[in-house]
Design a protein around this ligand. Structure first.
Ligand SMILES: [Zn+2]
Length: 354
């Protein structure tokens, strides 16, 4: 029990080594513990050897705990350090190429003769630049592939709609084509250097041309709440019974009888025709024309500039007609196309663009 008796404050402020020495060599004396349990008294002998063993094991255990704690702390610190340097290099890699270059430039600009080159810093910057370059390359490859696939789909859409016109020429008509060269003159710093970038530029140009063609095809029906009473293509003539080519679609309406021009344009024909009855032909940009036949009345005159949705006439049954309906045609470069297919495809493509 001398251990407790001697453990006084002055001991704690001695140097740790001396304290450990003192505790380790502390002379214990044989002791006896008296336990009084409900009147029954028991004695436990605690020899000096056992007390020394207990005290020394306690010290060894405490030392072990300290060693484990310090070890753990050190590994945590080293982990945090590694993390911090990793984040630093990731942060560098996330930087734009320009910033990386300026970081490298700054490093050399601040370099003084006799100063030791920080190889790891330079290497890190160079690696970050190389990674950035590789990322850009694979991104360019992907963009180029996706654009090519998109353009293929758009081209296929046009051929399904029966539009065989040269997209380049059709797109050029009255349309400003947005290209990267165009963007460059507006102050963009995009300068295609790699083969991939040039490929992207060319695909973008094709994309713009194809989309310009799509924008020239009327997307909407000239009448609201319509039903197709006769489709485009071969059909038996209702008058002669012979197989005949139907160059447009016949539409009946459950809504109002107003016929609205499908796209902005100029009225080229407005008058009576033996077959078409009261008919209006509107010229749009890029060699596209729309024809509206069998009208009850005509609301426009030749030369009128009309906007998409303007009323050109009222649905009727004039000319070679068996009942009240609108005969609607779309022509591209003088070639008739199926208006129903064209409307469907154009609608779908507009979904891509919006
Ligand atoms: Zn018809």
């Amino acid at each position: 029990m001398q251990l407790v008796a001697r453990l006084k404050l002055p001991v704690l402020v001695r140097s740790p080594v001396r304290w450990v020495q003192w505790a380790w060599n502390h002379p214990f004396e044989d002791a006896r513990l008296i336990v009084d349990q409900a009147g029954t008294v028991s004695y436990f002998s605690l020899s000096a050897h056992v007390q020394t063993a207990i005290a020394r094991s306690g010290m060894i255990l405490a030392a072990a705990v300290v060693v484990v704690f310090v070890g753990l702390s050190l590994s945590l610190i080293s982990l945090a350090w590694k993390n911090a340097t990793l984040n630093e290099s990731q942060r560098l890699r996330a930087h734009s190429e320009t910033k990386l270059f300026s970081a490298l430039k700054d490093y050399y600009a601040n370099f003084r003769p006799g100063q030791e080159i920080d190889d790891s810093r330079v290497l890190e910057l160079i690696n970050a630049l190389r990674d950035h370059d590789q990322q850009m390359q694979s991104l360019e490859e992907r963009v180029s592939r996706q654009l090519a696939a998109l353009n293929k789909g758009l081209g296929r859409g046009l051929s399904i709609a029966g539009i065989s016109a040269n997209p380049e020429r059709m797109a050029r008509a009255n349309t400003k084509i947005r290209t990267i060269e165009g963007a460059e003159t507006q102050g963009s710093d995009f300068v295609p250097v790699s083969a991939n970038a040039r490929q992207i530029q060319s695909e973008l140009q094709t994309y713009e041309q194809l989309m310009a063609v799509y924008r020239k095809i009327p997307p909407d029906s000239p009448i609201s709440r319509y039903e197709v009473s006769s489709p485009y293509g071969l059909r038996s003539n209702p008058f002669t019974g012979k197989q005949q080519f139907h160059p447009g679609i016949d539409l009946t309406t459950r809504g109002d009888k107003k016929v609205r021009v499908a796209l902005t344009g100029r009225v080229a024909v407005a008058g009576y025709h033996a077959d078409y009855g009261n008919a209006v032909i509107v010229e749009h940009s890029g060699g596209v024309r729309t024809i509206y036949g069998h009208l009850e009345s005509i609301d426009v005159r030749v030369g009128d500039q009309i906007k998409q949705g303007d009323v050109v006439g009222i649905v009727g049954s004039t000319g070679l007609s068996t009942g009240t309906h609108l005969h609607y045609e779309i022509l591209v470069d003088g070639q008739r196309i199926d208006p129903l297919i064209a409307m469907t495809i154009v609608k779908n493509v507009q979904l891509i663009e919006n």
